[in-house]
Design a protein around this ligand. Structure first.
Ligand code: ADP
Ligand code: ZN
Ligand code: ZN
Length: 682
């Protein structure tokens, strides 16, 4: 017997080995490979080896029976194809690290719940562990099932009994009852003996959804994410694999959760960029989830208050069914949004100010009425960068082509890309002038200003500097919910699904900054962030207000954020995307060439460009090679190409050829990354 092996290396092609003994497709093996022993997966069994080829023997079979079930195997093959990724690396990503066949054969007692504090930004909650007791009898649903509204009933019917395979885009404003719909849909499938997979962008930042599921379905919910220790991850994975829990909530990689009899997949906040894996394999968990549902004939619902352009276009073209929920439960009003022109503020005050008068008035009024305020600024630190007023010198990181951010509490300049820290200078290193100016405010500065302006107010701050662990985050949010904090300042971390009934004002500072990024999705991201953060205001019985500070108040993103009507934004943004041949109207791939050596990087980028040009057809447009917007990160010089195509199959053909070329060419230290449907273009 022989087997085609996909090795766990950045190689797309497979290799033939001789198999002595038993192994099925999906089993892991160890094989000799270029004077080393490497891990690989059996992807095909065959009786003969190709002639004229030296064939080595498989050293050992790791799994007697495959841990990857046939359905997940098929999904991985799709990912490998679609994302032009090595099958071995995809299969490896589908399993928790460190798992072996022994874990599956010999059930271990679950370890006691003594987990270390979770770092923030990864997923996870240390406090509320899923119950590890034996699963209860089905169908049993926990307390608190609400009587569905007419809209919710209508949505449920569409989700649970689709005509054929038909993903549902559930477009509902924040507070319109989407989470309740997910739970009732899961309950429906649970009653039918089927399992449900709920994907969330980050467990830690969407605690309410997790808590509500855990409370509604006690003992039946497992939470899968990547910041647990290896044994804990393996343990949770095994509970799912053995069919002990019918509902899985998890982040990106949970799309591979080994649930059997899958009835439902939910992708909450489907527009979130964290669903895209930014390392190999570069899959998008939302799109992978759609494929998984298709293979499993399961229902799938993508939920968002601000859908991605891609999903909305799929609804427009009837590929997805569309359900709009336009009213909040109990008809709570959407907040009133106002844009303040910061150029007028400048003219009136004679200098640049952090807060507009209008926003300060609004904060004062909240403090008088004992209501709460949230202020969003999507930049941490004190000042964005240091500028010499005399010669114009700015402080750049040594390893990255970005300005270093000033953090006052630690008296350091930090690089937000590589973490490099250095002492801020007293004099300019170029011209020795002492006129060093701190430009552009961050959340640290906002907090200081607010404490200064409102001496009696209690001000809290949430960003990655103040929040080292989930428990810090929960402490501050808990304090805010309990009313111990009047004004909460934060980065986009505060924009997510929290429900604080006493917040009646949201201020957005520095709203223009993301629009300046050289990324075709800049307007979409800005609109999403504004809508999300606006949704934090007026969740209780008092109406909410939103004040956005901008130097370009006429930009369509801000004008359309006033009404928060996504359809209008979609129509306006579509014109631009169509004119510029960008997704969702074109298939896009990015090629990033990087090397520590600048010459090697640009030479290889040119070679890739020439290779692509040689294969070019009418359906293809190639941009670049050009230095990436962030030309250098962590000492790597980066060059970028973008490939746009009106035909996805033509694009894939081209990428396959490129991949092959790179593997045959053996390019040494230079890295060439192919990114299909890229999310980050910096
Ligand atoms: P979303 O997920 O769209 O933000 P939620 O499901 O969180 O909306 O619902 C918003 C609020 O309305 C929550 O407090 C929820 O408990 C409540 N709610 C949802 N559905 C109902 C219902 N059918 N009856 C009463 N209250 C509901
Ligand atoms: Zn200078
Ligand atoms: Zn750096």
């Amino acid at each position: 017997m022989y087997a085609d092996i996909a090795v766990c290396l950045p190689l797309v092609r497979t290799f033939v080995y001789k198999l002595n003994g038993d192994a099925e497709v999906g089993c892991r093996v160890i094989v000799p490979f270029r004077k080393r022993e490497v891990e690989g997966f059996v992807v095909r069994l065959r009786k003969d080896a190709p002639r004229d080829m030296e064939v080595h023997e498989i050293s050992s079979v790791v799994d007697a029976s495959p841990l990857i079930r046939p359905d997940i195997f098929e999904l991985c093959r799709w990912i490998a194809d679609y994302y032009v990724s090595p099958t071995g690396e995809v299969l490896k990503a589908a399993l928790p690290p460190g798992i072996t066949a022994k874990h599956v054969e010999r059930p271990r007692p679950s370890p006691a719940a003594s987990r270390p504090p979770l770092p923030l930004g990864e997923a996870g909650r240390a406090k509320r562990e899923p119950d590890r007791a034996k699963p209860q009898e089905r169908p049993v649903e926990g307390s608190g099932r609400l009587k569905p509204t007419v809209d919710q009933l209508r949505s449920l019917e569409r989700i649970v009994s689709p005509a054929g395979f038909h993903p549902v885009l559930l477009h509902g404003v924040t507070g319109s009852g989407k989470t309740e719909i997910y739970m009732q849909a899961a309950a429906h499938f649970l009653a039918a003996g089927k399992t449900s997979l709920i994907l969330v962008p980050e467990i830690g930042l969407t605690p309410q959804l997790t808590d509500r599921f855990a409370a509604r379905f006690p003992n039946q919910t497992a939470i899968l994410h990547s910041s647990l220790t290896r044994p804990q991850r393996i343990d949770d994975w095994l509970r799912v694999y053995r069919g002990e829990v019918p509902i899985v909530i998890g982040t990106r990689s949970a799309v591979f959760a080994p649930l059997k009899d899958l009835g439902l997949i939910v992708v909450d906040e489907e527009h979130e960029t964290s669903y895209k894996q930014e390392e190999v394999p570069r899959y998008h968990a939302r799109d992978t989830a759609v494929m998984r549902a298709k293979l499993a004939r399961a229902a799938i619902v993508l939920g968002s208050a601000t859908p991605s352009m891609e999903s909305f276009q799929n609804a427009e073209s009837k590929k997805y069914a569309y359900i709009g929920l336009t009213a909040r439960v109990e008809d709570r009003a959407l907040p009133a949004v106002e844009i303040v022109n910061m150029r007028e503020e400048y003219a009136a005050e004679g200098k640049q100010v952090v807060f507009a008068r209008r926003l300060l008035q609004a904060i004062s009024a909240r403090l008088e009425r004992s209501e709460q305020t949230m202020i969003l600024l999507n930049r941490r630190g004190y000042a964005a960068f240091l500028l010499c007023r005399h010669c114009g010198f700015t402080f750049q990181c040594n390893a990255c082509s970005v300005a270093m951010t000033y953090h006052r509490s630690i008296e350091k300049l930090l690089c937000h890309y590589c973490g490099l820290a250095r002492r801020p200078p007293e004099r300019c290193p170029e011209c020795d002038s002492e006129y060093i100016h701190y430009v552009g405010e961050g959340t640290e500065r906002l907090e200081a200003e607010l404490k200064h302006l409102f001496a009696d107010a209690r001000v809290g701050r949430i960003d990655r500097d103040t929040m080292r662990h989930m428990r810090d985050y929960e402490r501050v949010l808990g304090g805010f919910r309990a009313g111990d904090i009047d004004i909460l300042v934060g980065t986009q971390m505060i924009a997510k699904g929290h429900d604080f009934p006493r917040v009646t004002l949201v201020g957005v500072v520095g709203a223009d900054a993301p629009l300046a990024l050289p990324d075709f999705r800049a307007a979409e991201r800005t609109f999403q962030l504004l809508t999300q953060v606006a949704g934090r205001s007026g969740r209780g019985d008092r109406p909410g207000e939103v004040v956005i500070q901008s130097y370009f108040p006429d930009h369509y993103t801000f004008q359309l954020a006033i009404t928060q009507r996504f359809e209008d934004f979609f129509a306006r943004e579509s014109r631009y995307r169509k004119a510029m041949f960008y997704p969702p109207f074109t298939a896009l791939a990015g090629i990033m060439v990087s090397d520590r050596n600048a010459v090697r990087a640009s030479n290889m980028a040119r070679e890739v460009g020439e290779f692509l040009e040689s294969l070019r057809s009418n359906a293809i447009r190639i941009l670049g090679p050009a230095p990436a917007p962030l030309e250098r990160i962590k000492r790597l010089h980066r060059h970028q190409l973008l490939i746009k195509s009106s035909s996805r199959s033509t694009l894939h053909h081209l990428l396959d050829r490129l991949r092959q070329h790179i593997e045959e060419r053996k390019i040494g230290a230079t890295r060439v990354i192919i990114d299909v449907d890229p999310v980050s273009l910096l």
